[in-house]
Design a binder for this molecule. Sequence first.
Ligand SMILES: Nc1nc2c(ncn2[C@@H]2O[C@H](COP(=O)(O)OP(=O)(O)OP(=O)(O)O)[C@@H](O)[C@H]2O)c(=O)[nH]1
Ligand SMILES: [Mg+2]
Length: 304
Amino acid sequence: MSEPTPGYKSGFVSIIGKPNAGKSTLANRLLGQPIAGVSIKPQTTRKRQLAILTTDEAQIIFVDTPGLHESKDKLSQFINAEAQFALRDADLILFLADASQQPDKLDEKLAGLALEARQDIPVLLVLNKNDLADNKTLAANKALFESLLPGSQTVSISAQTGNGIENLLRVVRGFLPEGPQYYPPDQITETFERDIAAEMVRAACLSLLEAEVPYSIAVRTDEYSERENGVLYVKATIFVEREAQKAIVIGKNGEMIKRIGSAARVDIEAVSGQKVFLDLTVKLRKDWKNDQAFLKELGLSQRS
Ligand SMILES: Nc1nc2c(ncn2[C@@H]2O[C@H](COP(=O)(O)OP(=O)(O)OP(=O)(O)O)[C@@H](O)[C@H]2O)c(=O)[nH]1
Ligand SMILES: [Mg+2]
């Protein structure tokens, strides 16, 4: 950690919001490169991930969190603990809302948690997906979201197109205290690249597989090494909960696993900046969501 420079600002900014609001898309957009898995399905993110943005004026450490959800297994307990941690330990909370739609029950629940947290931490309402609706709808939804968080400042963005991001950064900087650079300026996240690779494979599964199958999946990177020809060799295992799911993930003549592999490879190449050879295997691991040792191995058990 560097010595504080007078006037230099830094702080932790938690991004909370219901599943699918666009939290990981925003984290990737803020960094200008992908680090987090994004998919069209809710519950893509399972553990919190930092997106560290360092400039001459400030170091902003965004914390991408999983969207709160309701389920009872040990994995879900971990996910919700990750989401709630973000409400306690931050200098600023970004309440990310999908402004193309009206607030629903989950938004109301989260807003309740944010209001509680607001006794200690300022909350900024960020209305995302402003590219998806007309101005009239956006204005109506804005009013509804603002009524959930009365008194909070509002910013409108599109994490997808980048619209409003500069303004968001300006507003966020205004909330931050003076402080040191907590991380070296070239560090953009804390997550190991091999773990990001596993998340990219899981996001590809979420994008390509139907119904509940992708939610039964865990991905572990078994090897992540650079080969002599400059190619990054990534070997990963996709774990499923039931035998029948194995066949679905592999697909007829291996078509599905091929598609998952190609999609994930493109994402891992974007993350690593290297040509990637991705080697995927599918294995059965019954009830892994309640297997504490396995969850720990994947970094999905309670932090001490
Ligand atoms: N059109 C549009 N789509 C967006 C925008 N932001 C995110 N999306 C899409 O919304 C979907 C969900 O985005 P994610 O970033 O995975 O959402 P999340 O909040 O991280 O979701 P969880 O990790 O499941 O909690 C993806 O299909 C994104 O491409 C936006 O500003 N505009
Ligand atoms: Mg996410």
